[in-house]
Design a protein. Sequence first.
Length: 107
Amino acid sequence: MDVRQFYKKVREVQSGIGEPFVYVTSLETSDGGRPGLVVEVSRELAARLLVESRVTRSSQAEIDVYRRTQQSARKAAERAELAKTIQVAVIREPDRAPQDRKPADES
């Protein structure tokens, strides 16, 4: 494909995308691309990847699964970070005489 035609097609696809960021799902490629990965990319990058046939637009079901996965990963990271900052202080009770001891004779 001619470079001019390629970028003309990228601009056409880009103009058809209304949102500034788009969810796309990767396709298997000959250079080792892993299929089925959902990512959020800019409109410009999405258009280029769509023209190169490296991705497809994600379905709503794929987007929902992706968001739930990201939310649970974010919560796990926040819990791990919080666990690093929690400090425990051990406070000893003051020494006390046991209750069953008799006081010493004063004689």
